[in-house]
Design a binder for this molecule. Structure first.
Ligand SMILES: Cc1cc2nc3c(=O)[nH]c(=O)nc-3n(C[C@H](O)[C@H](O)[C@H](O)COP(=O)(O)OP(=O)(O)OC[C@H]3O[C@@H](n4cnc5c(N)ncnc54)[C@H](O)[C@@H]3O)c2cc1C
Length: 415
C-alpha cells in the first residue's frame, strides 16, 4: 500500500477556468483522445453485456490497470476532487468534478468499475460515520486506489428485508468478534476492506440491534468463496466470518446505531445505480444496434412499432435518471425518482430481451459467429441480476406505491 503526496496542493484556490485548463493538460499528458463512437453494423465489438464474463486472472489484470489510472488521477489532484482537504481530498465543489468528468469522457481511460462500490458507497459511509483515525487510515488510500472496499450487507435469509440480518458481533474488551455469513458480495475476491452490518443486540427490535464496522478482508477467519453466474463470470461471493476480530475504533457510528449507517450506504447505492442508470447500458449504442438489427425485422410492422416504443421508453428512463441526478448534484436527497429510474431501466432491459428473442430466435441460443446476434444473449442473461441488485423491482414498486401514489404502507410481519 504505497501512498504518495498529491502533486497539486489540495487547499489551492483555483477558478473553474484554471481548473479546466489544468485538467485538460493532465488528460492530454496522460491519456489518448477518444475518437467519437460510431456504431456500425459488423464493425468493432458487438458486446451489450451487463456483467463481464472474465476469469479471475483477467479480473486481477484489469484491476491493476484501473488502479494505475486511479493513482495517477489522485497524484495529479483529480482523484478526490470534492473530498475534504483534511482527509486527502481537494475540497472543491461538485461543479469541478462535473468539469473533470466531461473532459475525461473525451479520452480513453481505464474503467473504474472495481472501485465502484468502495468509492460510491463505502467511502461516503466511512466519511460520515467512522472515527477520525479510520477516516485518516482509509479514505485517501481508497481514493488513490491503493485499497478496494466491498459492501457486506446481504445474507442468505436477508436481502430486501436487510434489518433481519443475523451475522453476530459480540464485544470482547476493545474488540468485536464476528461470526456469520454474507452473500452476493460483489468484488469481495479482490477487496482489502469491507463495510459490514452485524447484529449486536438480538433482544432489541430488528432495526435497533445492528452495528456497522469496517472489517479487514484479509483478517484471519475471513473466507471468500466465489459464486458462478449464469453470464459466466464470478463477480459475487459468499463471505464467511469465523471468529473474526475487529477493533472497536473500526466501528461505524454508535453501538446499535447500524441502521442509520446502512441507510447512508443505501442512499449512496441508489445514487450510484441511478447515476449509472442513465448509462448502465449505453442508450445510444444499444438503440443503434437495435436499429441496425433491422435486416432481421424490416418486413415486420409489429417489430418496427416495438422498436419505436422501446426508444421512447429508453429516452424517458434516461431523462428520469437525469432528473434524479440533478437533485443529488443540487445537494438534495435522492427521492422516488431514483426508484422510478431504476424500475424503468429494468423494465426496458426486459423488453429489449423479449424483442431480440422474437427477432433473432435460435441465433440467440447458438453462436453462429454472426456479428451482432448471439452477443445479445449476455444482455438477456444479465437482466435478472440488474432487476434484483440495489432493490428488486417489487421493492421499487412498493416505494413508488407508497411515496408517489400515496397508497397505504405495506403491512410489516415483524419489527
Ligand atoms: C448484481 C448484484 C450485485 C449485488 N451486490 C451486493 C453486494 O455487493 N453486497 C451485498 O450486500 N449484496 C449485494 N447484492 C444482493 C442484493 O442486495 C440482494 O439480492 C437484494 O437486496 C434482494 O435480496 P434477496 O436476494 O435476498 O431477495 P429477497 O429479498 O429474498 O426477495 C425474493 C423475492 O421476493 C420479493 N420481495 C421481497 N420483499 C418484498 C416485499 N416487501 N414486497 C414485495 N415483494 C418482495 C423480491 O422482489 C424478490 O422477487 C447484489 C445482488 C445482485 C443481483
Amino acid at each position: 500500500m504505497s501512498s504518495q503526496q498529491s502533486t497539486v496542493s489540495p487547499s489551492e484556490l483555483i477558478t473553474e477556468e484554471e481548473f479546466r485548463a489544468q485538467a485538460l493538460a493532465f488528460l492530454e499528458a496522460n491519456a489518448e483522445p477518444r475518437p467519437p463512437e460510431k456504431v456500425e453494423w459488423g464493425v468493432g465489438s458487438d458486446s451489450v453485456e451487463l456483467f463481464a464474463d472474465k476469469t479471475p486472472e483477467q479480473e486481477l489484470e484489469d484491476l491493476e490497470v484501473s488502479r494505475t489510472w486511479r493513482a495517477k488521477l489522485y497524484d495529479g489532484g483529480f482523484g478526490w476532487i470534492t473530498g475534504p482537504v483534511a482527509y486527502g481530498g481537494r475540497g472543491l465543489p461538485g461543479s469541478y468534478q462535473s468539469i473533470f468528468n466531461s473532459l475525461e469522457s473525451n479520452f480513453k481511460t481505464p474503467s473504474q468499475g472495481p472501485f465502484g462500490i468502495g468509492l460510491g458507497m463505502v467511502a461516503p459511509t466511512i466519511a460520515a460515520h467512522a472515527t477520525e483515525d479510520v477516516k485518516h487510515k482509509y479514505l485517501k488510500s481508497m481514493y488513490r486506489g491503493d485499497i478496494v472496499g466491498c459492501q457486506l450487507f446481504s445474507e442468505p435469509s436477508s436481502g430486501s428485508d436487510l434489518a433481519s440480518l443475523q451475522t453476530k458481533a459480540e464485544r470482547d474488551g476493545d474488540e468485536w468478534v464476528i461470526n456469520g455469513q454474507k452473500v452476493w458480495t460483489s468484488g469481495a475476491q479482490f477487496s482489502d476492506i469491507g463495510e459490514i452490518i452485524c447484529r449486536t443486540d438480538p433482544s432489541l427490535p430488528k432495526h435497533k440491534g445492528l452495528t456497522g464496522f469496517v472489517v479487514n478482508m484479509k483478517a484471519p477467519g475471513v473466507e471468500v468463496r466465489p459464486l458462478r453466474q449464469m453470464t459466466g463470470g464470478t463477480s459475487f461471493n459468499e463471505v464467511f466470518f469465523n471468529n473474526v476480530k475487529i477493533p472497536d475504533d473500526h466501528r461505524l457510528g454508535d453501538v446499535n446505531g447500524g441502521w442509520t449507517v446502512a441507510l447512508t450506504t443505501l442512499m449512496n447505492e441508489r445514487a450510484a445505480i441511478g447515476g449509472s442508470g442513465a448509462g448502465i447500458i449505453g442508450v445510444n449504442k444499444t438503440f443503434e444496434l437495435l436499429m441496425q438489427l433491422g435486416e432481421f425485422y424490416k418486413d415486420d410492422p409489429i417489430a418496427r412499432q416495438q422498436v419505436a416504443n422501446l426508444y421512447i421508453h429508453m429516452k424517458t428512463a434516461h431523462f428520469t435518471s437525469m432528473r434524479a441526478m440533478a437533485k443529488i448534484k443540487a445537494g438534495q436527497l435522492p427521492g422516488p425518482e431514483m426508484s422510478l429510474g431504476k424500475l424503468s431501466l429494468t423494465n426496458n432491459l426486459q423488453k429489449i430481451g423479449e424483442f431480440v428473442s422474437h427477432v433473432l430466435g435460435p441465433k440467440l441460443v447458438a453462436d453462429t459467429g454472426e456479428w451482432g446476434t448471439y452477443s445479445w444473449a449476455s444482455l438477456l442473461l444479465g437482466t435478472p441480476g440488474i432487476r434484483v441488485a440495489g432493490g428488486t423491482d417489487e421493492v421499487m414498486k412498493n416505494i413508488i406505491g407508497e411515496r408517489v401514489l400515496g397508497l397505504p404502507k405495506e403491512p410489516k410481519a415483524n419489527n
